[in-house]
Design a protein around this ligand. Structure first.
Ligand code: TRP
Length: 332
């Protein structure tokens, strides 16, 4: 199979948010794992510097990085194939960020919808780093000359910005050292939280953690909001508006999905039983992941070792790019 892999580098990054949830898994991690078989080289980065733009305490940063790495490895990222590393371990990214900032019109950054949304969340902390967030992200990607960037659609403006800033840099310094990446939008169903209303997210507390015990998972699943119109067991339900049904479609067999689709509509199955079925299937699906995770967690030093090694491999590439960039700029 190796010979059939596509050439070129894949790069993606995620902020260290600690233990990962179903939304992270379906929206990113699953895709990261699959891309390892499709492309020759994949680089996955835990973007701890980006995290500093929004957190007010860094107390949890190390542990969140560790927990996220554990989940990534347990889910199937292979350190022998992929480079898995921590952003701050490669200081060259800060250098490239600075160089790219010189060809970035400030207005472009303040116009970005992602920036506007962030300042709505933290009007008391509109820091310089927050404005420069997309420049740092562009530096992440450009530093490794990645051609494919798998991200959710919410990141589209950042990828477009990256392409523009790469073009500006190359034009301004009359070079072609940096490469314009392509976005690879992850096609995933919108993963809602247990509230059945908002996107699953740790900050909203509506998430289901991958690493939870089967019992905890079942408890969380039982809290899931179903079709709000279905108040009583005897009422017919509508799977089309039910988040539990959406999850069944991902984790349950075709027969089960079909049964629920029919029975829910005529009150043949109740929400409690429907959720129990989902919890069981989810736990079965996650069992191998959880076993691998427990095994990895026995040796935390090895997990840090993977990140350490990834950092070294990343730095080798980064150093090369920075040398070319400085040369192109004409720095003495
Ligand atoms: N901005 C991305 C997010 O919030 C995270 C990120 C940082 C990233 N650097 C990146 C994603 C480089 C892809 C490539 O999800």
């Amino acid at each position: 199979m190796t010979s059939q892999k596509k050439k070129g580098r894949v790069f993606s990054g995620a902020r260290p948010t600690g233990r990962q949830h179903l939304g992270n898994y379906l929206g990113a991690i699953k895709n990261y794992v699959a891309l390892q078989d499709e492309y020759e080289e994949c680089i996955y980065c835990i973007v701890d510097i980006h995290a500093l733009t929004t957190v007010d305490t860094t107390k949890e940063l190390k542990n969140n990085t560790y927990e996220m790495a554990l989940d990534w490895l347990a889910a199937g990222l292979r350190p022998d194939d992929s480079i898995i590393f921590v952003q701050s371990h490669v200081p060259e990214v800060a250098e490239l960020h600075t160089f790219l900032s010189m060809v970035t019109p400030l207005g472009k950054l303040t116009d970005l919808p992602t920036f506007k949304e962030k300042i709505r969340y933290q009007p008391q902390n509109i820091n310089y780093g927050l404005v420069g967030y997309p420049v740092l992200m562009a530096a992440d990607i450009a530093l490794y000359k990645a051609i494919v960037v798998p991200v959710g659609v919410d990141q589209a403006p950042h990828i477009e910005f990256t392409r523009e800033v790469v073009r500006s840099f190359n034009y301004h310094y009359n070079t072609n050292v940096l490469i314009e990446p392509q976005m690879k939008a992850t096609k995933v169903p919108k993963v809602l939280g247990i509230d059945g209303e908002n996107k699953m997210s740790k900050s909203l507390g509506n998430h289901i953690e991958l690493a939870s015990s089967p019992q905890e998972t079942q408890q969380r699943v039982m809290q899931m909001v179903t079709d709000p119109q279905r108040a009583r067991r005897a009422d017919p339900g509508n799977p089309d508006v039910c988040n539990v049904f959406t999850m069944h479609r991902i984790f349950s067999s075709e027969e089960e999905v079909e049964t629920i689709n029919v029975e829910c509509r005529k009150a043949g199955i109740g929400c409690v039983d429907c959720k129990k079925m989902f919890a069981k299937n989810l736990n079965e699906h996650l069992a191998p992941f959880r076993a691998r995770r427990a095994k990895l967690a026995e040796k935390p030093d090895d997990v840090w070792g993977v990140l350490d090694d990834g950092g070294k491999r990343a730095r080798a590439i980064a150093g090369q790019t920075i040398a070319e960039v400085k040369e192109a700029i004409g720095l003495p």
